[in-house]
Design a protein around this ligand. Sequence first.
Ligand SMILES: Nc1ncnc2c1ncn2[C@@H]1O[C@H](COP(=O)(O)OP(=O)(O)OP(=O)(O)O)[C@@H](O)[C@H]1O
Ligand SMILES: [Mg+2]
Length: 511
Amino acid sequence: MELHGITKRFPGVVANYDIALTVRKGTVHALVGENGAGKSTLMKILYGMQKPDEGTITIDGTTVTFSSPADAIARGIGMVHQHFMLADNLTVMENIVLGGEKLYGIGPKARKKIMEISDAYHLNARPDVLVEELGVADRQRVEILKVLYRGAHTLILDEPTAVLVPQEVDALFDNLRELKSEGLTVIFISHKLREVLSVADEITVIRRGTTVGTADPAHTTTKQLAELMVGSELPSPETRDSTVTDVPMLRVEDLHLNAVDSDGVVREVLAAISFTIHKGEILGIAGVEGNGQAELVEAVMGMRDPDGGVITLDTTDISHAPTRKRRESGVGYIPEDRHRHGLLLEAPLWENRILGHVTERPNSKHGFLDLKAARKDTERIVREYDVRTPGIDVTAASLSGGNQQKLIVGREMSHTPKLLIAAHPTRGVDVGAQAQIWDQIREARRNGLAVLLISADLDELIGLSDTLRVMYRGRLVADADPATITPEQLGSAMTGAASGRLEHAPEDEAR
Ligand SMILES: Nc1ncnc2c1ncn2[C@@H]1O[C@H](COP(=O)(O)OP(=O)(O)OP(=O)(O)O)[C@@H](O)[C@H]1O
Ligand SMILES: [Mg+2]
């Protein structure tokens, strides 16, 4: 497959400029580049979702033009997006068949086909389960299955690993290798350069909209790759220094939360959760997604009412206080899903800057919205957090994924919170921006910020946290010292294989 001279302009932005990309059949081809470099746009063009202003796409020697995804699918190209697009209230099978009814009908033939594909690539499909009951890794497999069901021989995966924990990433990569061995082609986008080097056969680097080169994973380091992306040397990360005080900022005592299943059974979602986060402390919670981390965040934010226990912020009992009250008393919130809780996608950036902070300075003065100040402050955030955008009047939807994330982090940090609830704060941001966000969080911690950190990125958890706890099936089952713990140890505790105090075993080092 060859893309040649691809250019795509949006108002005020050249998203792609004179792109050249060659992908060989039966390979895993990685696409890397900074946030806003133009990766997703290029893939949407290849998938027929966007029309290029210039350039050609050649497949097997034939030049093609796609005016819709249906055209791309007919040519064997399928795409799994940065944000999944499944219908929660339908079953796995319904989701896969939806829109592809003509292929194998909706009955036994379709089911047989699904199971065949699932078995061939070890995708573990459970056709009759509702999608809403699946974790992220399973949802992703459904998306991949959906694409294969339509006969794709080239799969485009946009940041498939951003939402996965390490074990799930390994499983996905096994799937990809399997696809490859059957002669299928995979194009995938990732900011996790170590992963890119481990799974890709070839790498193409995009910088500011254009391809700047290719790299051979066998002879490239993550550092070299990062520098190719940025076009200059990266600053080295700062060293660890403890700022933990003995003043409690958030105390959670014996928290319980129940949920009622679709079949009416009461299930324990959180059980006997107790921890304290002090001023100047980052508490990291590790866990495979779906073990209660999201619910813990929602209970602390006031989006779920606990069935037992006490949550104390500073010295105030906030166990049942409304979300708005908690925010106003200095709780910053970086949500897990930036589209559901973090942004109004169709609203301009400056409105998104106000979102959740309407009554606070500088957005409000004497109880009235201060539009001028809010706009000015939006411009400051765009500058300080390096949000790549032509201006503050464009919609949040038009920003690239990583730039949307930077805007949220900038907004939440701007109100000098006492407590920051950060769920995957750097999900989807590039390595440079990630280092910058980490520095900003550390800087605020030095000034007394307390942070509850949830992350699927073990390097982030280990690198940022002062204290580490592991969550498994709604309970905090293990704790560890981030200074000595290894990602492998943490990973095994996350699957429930280890509990209690995770000590660093000296023989590990000897090996
Ligand atoms: N629909 C759109 N309207 C206007 N501008 C857009 C639109 N889609 C993308 N852009 C702009 O095009 C540029 C490239 O965006 P793209 O989403 O391709 O980046 P990316 O490389 O995928 O970044 P990330 O790593 O953050 O996902 C950005 O400046 C973005 O703001
Ligand atoms: Mg993108």
